[in-house]
Design a protein around this ligand. Structure first.
Ligand code: GBH
Length: 474
């Protein structure tokens, strides 16, 4: 059912698990600043100062990884831990040592690392120079990426440059609910998304020219997308709204990289039409790619998808007389009442949406190799170690992945559960738990304990690994 070398993984991100926020001369990141100084933005004024304390407890994480029988582990590097002021002028050797140990330990246990360079935690020093809104950020990211390829690329063969540019752009610079907490609707998100694509493309070209010949790895960016369908399948407006919705999430980043080197046409025309309607003068709010820079087209060696949920879509939504992404998109999403919602309000459980999205990706983006780099199920409120719903969720979802491979012939290469551990869930703090392992945040030891769903995932992995390699020693 699953290819023999299928990647069975789980993921985490540096700020969500590491703690050690100022240990060993780590520099502050925008999430440190956001949590420490912005009142009322994060649940219970919580922060990632300690989180799971993985900076000190890495070996316990490794035990969890082994207990699950993972073949792959996805982690992110803290840019400000490696380069405290964001630049390669100052390298923090303690940070290098930490990640060297993590990578070496994984390999010693026969687990392959997938490494994300950027998972929401920009060095504050770079934010002070304009952050992702400034054009210069792309070169800074490229230097950081080269440093990482140079330092870790002899052992790391799967790279994600940027995690979820959509979330950084929209939640961080339009809605202001993520760091850096800017609320500059209708303009900043497009600029930030653009600079993230430029940064990603520069890093991919650096890898391709200078590191790939020797290191032979693969580089992509992780794109988050819900599966969407029209609320009223017979409505022409509904179908058009659904297309716009997809263009403004998945298409925003995948179209330039996989199809044309530019944004989806429907996205630009919708933005420009809205600008005209509200009398916005000046050029398009959606930047253009310069001919003088290396193209973003073709800068992904595989498709990295973060999928959590599905939506029904109808036309509408906006911000009155203010320009914003929502009104540009002119498409609102609603939850189908027949879909159960787990934990957080946004997460409707729709495993079949993943299969449909995978088929859509195959058909739209030229049949790429796909890694599902995140997928998970949260719990909120009364804690259940016997989390049977999440067990079902993983069974159902992995079955849909199997159908995508077996029946729709999508080239899926791996599946990464989100997350290895309960962790700092951004604006929701520690109130939302995505882990396969429970972490007790009330005590200093941060004890990890496997959930029933962790045991279930381990069983699934064991079953498939033995089925897919008949007769071979593991
Ligand atoms: C992922 O994003 C992140 O990569 C990961 O770090 C995180 O822990 C994980 O999700 C679980 O949340 O509150 O109505 O504005 C997933 C994509 C997009 C899902 C934004 C939540 C917010 C909906 N996310 N969305 S709302």
């Amino acid at each position: 059912m699953f290819p023999r070398d299928f990647a069975w993984g789980a993921g985490t991100a540096a700020y969500q698990i590491e703690g050690g926020w100022d240990s060993d001369s780590k520099g502050p990141s925008i999430w440190d600043t956001f949590c420490h100084h912005e009142k009322g933005r994060v649940f219970g004024e919580q922060n990632g100062d300690v989180a799971c304390n993985s900076y000190e407890l890495w070996e316990e994480d490794l035990q969890c990884i082994q207990q699950l029988g993972l073949t792959h582990y996805r982690l992110s590097l803290s840019w400000a831990r490696l380069l405290p002021d964001g630049t390669t002028q100052h390298v923090n050797q303690k940070g290098v040592q930490y990640y060297n140990k993590v990578i070496d330990d994984l390999l010693a246990c026969n687990v392959s690392p997938m490494v994300t360079l950027y998972h929401f935690d920009l060095p504050q020093a770079l934010q002070d120079h304009g952050g992702w809104k400034s054009a210069g950020i792309a070169a800074a990211f490229d230097s950081y990426a080269r440093f990482c390829f140079q330092t870790f690329g002899d052992r790391v063969k799967l790279w994600i440059t940027i995690n979820e540019p959509y979330v950084c752009a929209k939640l961080g610079h339009e809605d202001g609910v993520h760091a850096p907490g800017l609320k500059e609707p209708g303009v900043a998100a497009y600029l930030v998304g653009h600079n993230m694509l430029r940064a990603h493309a520069m890093a991919w070209h650096s890898y391709n020219s200078f590191y790939r010949p020797e290191q032979r790895g693969a580089v992509s960016l992780a794109i988050n997308s819900d599966w969407v369908e029209p609320l009223h399948p017979g409505s022409t407006e509904g179908i058009a709204a659904t297309e716009r919705y997809l263009a403004f999430t998945l298409g925003w980043f995948a179209w330039p990289v996989f199809v044309t080197g530019d944004y989806p046409e429907v996205m630009r025309s919708a933005i420009d039409a809205q600008s005209r309607k509200l009398g916005h003068s000046g050029g398009s709010r959606l930047p253009s790619f310069s001919q003088d820079e290396p193209s973003v087209l073709g800068t992904a060696d595989f498709f990295a998808l973060n999928y959590y949920t599905s939506r029904k879509v109808k036309p509408g939504g906006g911000c009155g007389q203010v320009l914003c992404v929502k009104s540009d998109r002119d498409a609102v999403d609603v939850l189908d009442p027949s879909w159960p919602v787990c934990g957080v309000s946004w997460l409707a459980v729709v495993p079949h949406g993943l299969r449909r999205l995978l088929k859509y990706i195959k058909d739209t983006f030229h049949n790429p190799a796909v890694y599902i780099t995140e997928n998970g199920f949260s719990q909120v409120g009364p804690l259940q170690m016997e989390d049977v719903q999440r067990c079902e969720f993983y069974q159902d979802t992995i079955l849909e992945v199997a159908k995508a491979i077996g029946e729709d012939v999508v080239d899926v290469r791996g599946y990464f559960a989100w997350s290895l551990l309960d962790n700092f869930e951004w604006a929701d703090g520690f109130s939302v738990r995505f882990g396969l392992f429970h972490v007790d945040f009330s005590e200093a030891e941060r004890t990890r304990a496997i959930y029933r769903s962790g045991q279930e995932y381990a069983k699934i992995i064991m079953k498939h690994r033995s089925q897919t390699s008949p007769g071979l020693p593991s």
